[in-house]
Design a protein around this ligand. Sequence first.
Ligand code: GLU
Length: 402
Amino acid sequence: MLPEKLTLADRVLQVPPSPTLAVNAKAKALRAAGADILNFSVGEPDMSTPAHVCEAGKQAIDDGHTRYTPVAGILELREAVCARFKKEQGWDYTPDQVQVSCGGKHGLYNIFQAILNPGDEVLIPAPYWVSYPPMVQLAGGTPVIVPLKEENNFDLDPVALAQYVTSKTKAIILNSPSNPTGAVYSQASLEAVAKMAFDNGWLVVSDDMYEELTYTEGKIAHILNIDPRLKEQVVLSNGVSKSFAMTGWRIGYSVGPIEVIKAMNKIQSQSTSNPAAPSQYAALAALTGSQDFPGQLREAFLPRRAFFVRELQAIKGVTCVNPMGAFYVFPNFSAYFGKTFQGKVIEGSVALADYFLSEAKVASVPGAAFGADAFIRFSFATSMAVIEEGMARIRQALAALR
Ligand code: GLU
């Protein structure tokens, strides 16, 4: 126990630990203790990192790439990021506009540390990924939550956004495809937001981590293609974790205005230095080698998504938007709130997710963690057999509520 005078920092007390990681740890601990848990919690592809990528990581160690690299990451990897954007999107960036960090999450953290002053407001459309508001708070900023509508397929909502804009609005977070909703923003909504961002001089943080995992026809809309003048106002956040099943390697990258990237490098130089050198070489192999893998992930996810959505929609009282990207379903269970199990009331998503875990042995993440209490998130980056069994258990658990 700490001595009474030795208090922790206020900033730590403001934020919770990451709920996605917490549920995953709990599910794993229960499973290790012998419980038959089906884990739909954390967002992590169930395939292994492609063999040629693993080989490149091992080779990097054998080649002696075990020392510090430049703070922003090895030049070859930053060049590969630029080449990829040029080829895929036609965007021109130079390696000094790229920062490689310890996962996309760390890149986002660096962005907010680099741009926010106390009181600066950041618009965050909800449902949002769990770590956006705490990251903004840890940087001294104020998260401003803008609710999106389920009946609108969780599309970005410029009219709602406009209601939350103040003179202190400094930035907006975009995330398409979205974690947790799977929404892909429409061209029209992005056009309206592009105009707002340009007119007001906001920084747009575009978290594109799931861009390779879409279930739409053709390329999805991107704010930078809608208004290229925004190039000096957009920071792109991306990484190899999802599209190349490299969550544990911890490699993400941020690309944007040179001043912002320089400031982020300052933060990174004073905190983590460079991301692990062998991981950077593995990521280089992922970005420059065969590009078949993300397509294989998509193919594997398609039938699981179809099954999960169909089964959820078939449950009385449950609604579920068809995700157009990422690998989550986000059903609305609010029709079950207020019901009881053995006299205990299921008040909201936290109680329902707890109930699913204790009674159905199904691990999921409550919507409250994403700023949307009516919902629960399930990852479908798990086998069809697990999804089938999970659905049977969920149906049974819901039927047992009175
Ligand atoms: N982004 C993933 C998720 O939402 C990974 C866990 C995390 O860092 O939140 O589950």
